[in-house]
Design a protein around this ligand. Structure first.
Ligand SMILES: CC(C)(COP(=O)(O)OP(=O)(O)OC[C@H]1O[C@@H](n2cnc3c(N)ncnc32)[C@H](O)[C@@H]1OP(=O)(O)O)[C@@H](O)C(=O)NCCC(=O)NCCS
Length: 129
């Protein structure tokens, strides 16, 4: 769980609004929607780092710290942990801004791995800049 002084780590890759259509039967935001936003954020940074097409190959850890509510602004931050031969490991955090309060709450975090692929969907080496 985030401490009060903790700040988001990494690059802001996705910022979006949690809508009523994304709720579960309890009225909170469906966990799969949050995971999907994190995966999109990771894909944006993976594509940038790999300079081309990538696919998600693994979600190593995924922790839901707090619920997300309708109207929250969800911000996904991505930090590159490791660049391998063809794969990238990313730490992705999602933070929520609630009730127009600028203080954000860390709601989820996870470790995602992406693989750079070529036109035949086969792994291709990542050229490090
Ligand atoms: C990703 C994919 C192309 C990898 O193909 P592959 O033949 O298994 O690749 P390799 O065994 O050569 O491994 C390639 C890299 O991926 C990594 N990798 C493969 N499977 C992995 C796994 N389960 N977890 C973490 N890393 C993995 C390897 O460590 C390697 O990394 P490195 O080159 O940096 O050392 C293939 O598994 C695939 O297409 N998967 C489906 C991806 C997809 O559709 N994602 C969308 C989700 S619905």
């Amino acid at each position: 769980m985030a401490t009060q002084s903790e700040q988001p780590k990494g690059e802001l890759a996705v910022r979006t609004l949690a809508m009523p259509a994304d709720t579960n039967p309890n009225g909170d935001i469906f966990g799969g929607w949050v995971l999907s936003q994190m995966d999109i954020a990771g894909a944006i940074i993976a594509g940038k780092e790999a300079k081309g097409r990538t696919v998600t190959v693994q979600v190593e850890t995924m922790t839901f710290h707090r619920p997300v509510h309708v109207g929250d602004v969800l911000c996904c931050y991505v930090e590159v942990i490791k660049i391998g031969n063809t794969s990238l490991k990313l730490k992705i955090e999602a933070w929520a801004m609630r009730n127009f309060d600028p203080d954000r709450v860390k709601v989820t975090e996870g470790i995602f791995t992406y693989v750079a692929i070529d036109e035949n969907r086969k792994p291709r080496p990542i050229i490090k800049s």
